[in-house]
Write a protein that binds this ligand. Sequence first.
Ligand SMILES: [Zn+2]
Length: 101
Amino acid sequence: MFNLFKKKPEPQEEKNLKFESRYSYEWKDDVPESERTAENMCSPFCAKMMEMHKLYTRSELQKISAFLGYDVVARGGGYWKDEENGIPCKHTWKSQIVQRK
Ligand SMILES: [Zn+2]
């Protein structure tokens, strides 16, 4: 009945398999579950990213950064309004290791 926890996969032995990092956009760990709502979105950017639910490569994040004019890797949705008076973004990137196909 409580079979929620799958056994961890065996460590990958084969050397020729390629792994790479992808990044998903997530709520920061310190944001309570009850605050993870659409009304609490820090910016239209965050709303869009959460809606997309995609994994991004580093170079895709660099393109998004170039488009927005700031480093989304370091700052997520940045600050609402401005850095001194604004509220910091409640989101962060989490890296996921995926196997390259
Ligand atoms: Zn945010």
